[in-house]
Design a protein around this ligand. Structure first.
Ligand SMILES: NC(=O)c1ccc[n+]([C@@H]2O[C@H](COP(=O)([O-])OP(=O)(O)OC[C@H]3O[C@@H](n4cnc5c(N)ncnc54)[C@H](O)[C@@H]3O)[C@@H](O)[C@H]2O)c1
Ligand SMILES: [Zn+2]
Ligand SMILES: [Zn+2]
Length: 380
């Protein structure tokens, strides 16, 4: 079938909106008509080139990076099911899971679905069988982000990448739990293990960090400091449960000194737009004895250097914790978070600053770069 998609032809280019050819779903795959897709910062790393791999390695693996249909925070309706699909039916409402979860690999079996072995294909640009479902009108293959490609009116994907949701939930809000909400909330509650009475700093309160703020508040943190250079983000953070805000690391250190009598933070969560190894020492300085720094931000793939005073790190028994998808289990946490939204305990509506049509995607990402949006959402 033909559908419309935003195609990125290479780093440092704009999205091109065009018609593409989409194959029928193969075994264990479905065709989804998207209703909405959040514009996460992770897609932006394909635009800046931070996630662009060595082309020789990409070719050796039989992968494809560009041209690509980005987008991994989608929600929509199943329109067709492929052979062997029994758990989803035409008309079902679904949210994407940016890490597929097979339910059978050792990681899934241990309750770490965010580390599912199917994640090995996340950057392949392909479906798990190594082939593409998306093609240009000349027949050449187009890659997809995280085996999904939600910046398109329709896509075909494996059922492992989808979680069925209750049909009365608004899909233009539910899409946010496909990545940003779950990642941020889980960065505080799972990766950070925030406990009642804790002091928490969230660095970078955008689409992900704002949910680390609400996760920390929900977990009972006493102080939640939102550190962001953008005033609008700091103001918004107070609505999501922050108790204080700061615009620089120095201001944050001063606040921590006052609030904790010099003991500093139990948990610091880094959700800035671009993670940098050179910032680790600054952020680790905010962490008190026995505390942890959770690193959620995506860094340039070739950033191998971390600045960290190892003496203080060991002697103050600190931890540095990496996390993907907030260490959450999409099949249980996506329904859980939507349940919290339904009962009024989790804010989703307030995360959506502005909606865009697919044709406005370049404007949407410019607004993200300009600090105007907590989350911009494409509504189809
Ligand atoms: N680990 C994961 O599984 C995972 C999942 C989703 C997103 N991410 C990553 O998380 C990061 C945040 O994503 P997002 O969608 O929230 O981005 P965003 O652009 O919405 O938010 C980033 C925020 O960081 C702020 N910021 C920028 N520089 C800063 C600095 N030096 N100090 C403090 N704040 C600063 C910006 O003002 C903005 O509010 C990105 O790197 C993204 O790729 C990781
Ligand atoms: Zn994301
Ligand atoms: Zn698995």
């Amino acid at each position: 079938m033909r559908t419309r998609a935003a195609v990125l032809y290479g780093p440092h280019t704009e999205y091109v909106i065009e018609e593409i050819e989409l194959d029928d779903p193969k075994e264990n795959e479905v065709l989804v008509r998207f209703v909405a897709s959040g514009m996460c910062h992770s897609d932006e790393h394909m635009v800046t080139g931070d996630m662009a791999m060595d082309p020789a390695i990409v070719e050796m693996l039989g992968w494809q990076q560009y041209p690509i249909i980005l987008g991994h925070e989608g929600a929509g309706v199943v329109e067709k099911v492929g052979p062997g699909v029994t758990e989803l039916a035409v008309g079902d409402h679904v949210v994407t899971s940016f890490v597929p979860s097979c339910g059978r690999c050792p990681s899934c079996a241990k309750g770490q679905q965010n580390l599912c072995d199917s994640g090995a294909y996340l950057l392949s640009g392909r479906q798990a069988d190594g082939t593409a479902r998306h093609h240009a009108l000349d027949g050449s293959d187009i890659a997809t982000m995280c085996c999904l490609g939600t910046f398109a009116e329709h896509s075909v994907m494996n059922i492992n990448s989808l979680v069925k949701v209750e049909p009365d939930l608004p899909l233009d809000k539910a899409c946010l739990v496909a990545c940003g909400v779950t990642t941020g909330w889980g960065s505080a509650t799972y990766a950070g293990d925030v406990a009642p009475g804790d002091t928490v700093v969230v660095i970078g309160t955008g689409g992900v960090g704002m949910n680390a703020v609400q996760g920390a508040a929900m977990a009972g943190a006493r102080h939640v400091i939102a550190l962001d250079p953008v005033e609008f983000k700091r103001e918004q953070a107070m609505k999501f449960g922050a108790t204080h805000s700061a615009s620089t690391p120095e201001e944050t250190m001063a606040l921590l000194g006052e609030l904790t009598w010099g003991r500093n933070a139990d948990v610091v969560i880094n959700t800035v737009g671009e993670g940098k190894g050179s910032d680790v020492e600054t952020y680790m300085n905010m962490v008190g004895k026995g505390g942890k720094l959770v690193f959620t931000s995506v860094a340039n793939m070739n950033d191998n250097d971390v600045t960290l005073n190892l003496f203080a790190f060991a002697m103050q028994q600190k931890s540095l914790v990496g996390t993907i998808f907030g260490s959450a289990n999409p099949r249980s946490d996506i329904p859980k978070l939507l349940g919290l939204y339904r009962s009024g305990n989790l804010k989703l509506d307030e995360l959506v600053t502005r909606t865009y049509s697919l044709d406005e995607i370049n404007q949407g990402y410019q607004d993200m770069r300009d600090g105007k949006n907590i989350r911009g959402v494409i509504v189809y």
